[in-house]
Design a protein around this ligand. Structure first.
Ligand code: SAM
Length: 214
């Protein structure tokens, strides 16, 4: 349950300005929702982990912080530091984001909804933009092709304009996901493109999926 910041989301999803309503799906311990809300956006975070009690959530977020570094160490040479600069800068961003998330979920719990793909507790077209960071494709060793197709269709259902997904490669190794093209071919009634973003951490993971409602 990682804690990425608004700055990381801005780069991963190449966000210039946000629409009026945004969903952060699989939001985990990210501070994106807190920071977007502070900018006046109507933003909701959804994650199955929000069922946890506050002490459990604090514990989960804190324990997740070193796990990312273990993955990086175990996959030496598969990460580039051009965006972060140094491991320290990355750690600082994650720590700040975790603190901001924990503060916000305590102060504004209505922004944080317990739920998970492929069935989200929202009406059709609730959000202009749905973002999904570090779940789809990156966990393709856990969730299969059918799950990914159902999850993408659900993100399309709850959004009215656009869905953005990052990254498009497997966690750790950065290997491509073999079923990605087949899943995209099966999407109906939308346009999609794979677009370069100004962010890279796993080597070669510098593209997002953009799905646009027709
Ligand atoms: C690697 S974290 C990413 C957190 C955040 N988006 C970020 O970029 O820092 C993946 C998150 O996906 C959540 N998750 C797991 N299964 C899920 C599901 N079926 N639907 C939505 N989120 C799920 C986990 O609880 C976890 O918080």
């Amino acid at each position: 349950m990682t804690s990425r910041s608004y700055a990381e989301y801005e780069a991963m999803f190449d966000l210039t300005e946000l629409p009026a309503s945004v969903l952060d799906c699989s939001a985990g311990g990210s501070s994106f929702t807190a920071e977007a809300a502070a900018r006046g956006v109507d933003v909701v975070a959804v994650d199955p982990a929000y069922e946890l009690s506050m002490p459990e959530l604090v514990d989960t977020v804190r324990r997740s912080l070193p796990v990312g570094m273990e993955i990086i160490d175990a996959n030496e040479g598969r990460f580039v530091w051009t965006w972060y600069g140094t491991p320290q800068r990355r750690d600082d961003l994650r720590l700040e984001a975790a603190d901001r998330f924990l503060q916000d979920i305590g102060e504004a719990p209505d922004r944080y909804v317990a739920g998970g793909l492929p069935e989200l507790p929202f009406e059709d077209g609730t959000f202009e933009l749905a973002l999904c960071s570090h779940l789809l494709f990156t966990w393709a060793d856990t969730f299969d092709r059918a799950w990914h197709l159902a999850a993408l269709r659900e993100l399309i259902r709850v959004s009215s304009k656009e869905v953005r997904v990052f990254p498009l490669v497997l966690q750790g190794t950065g290997d491509p996901v073999p079923f990605l093209p087949e899943v995209l071919d099966e999407l109906d009634g939308v346009r999609w493109e794979i677009r370069k973003v100004p962010y890279e951490f796993q080597t070669g993971a510098d593209e997002m999926l953009v799905i646009t409602h027709s």
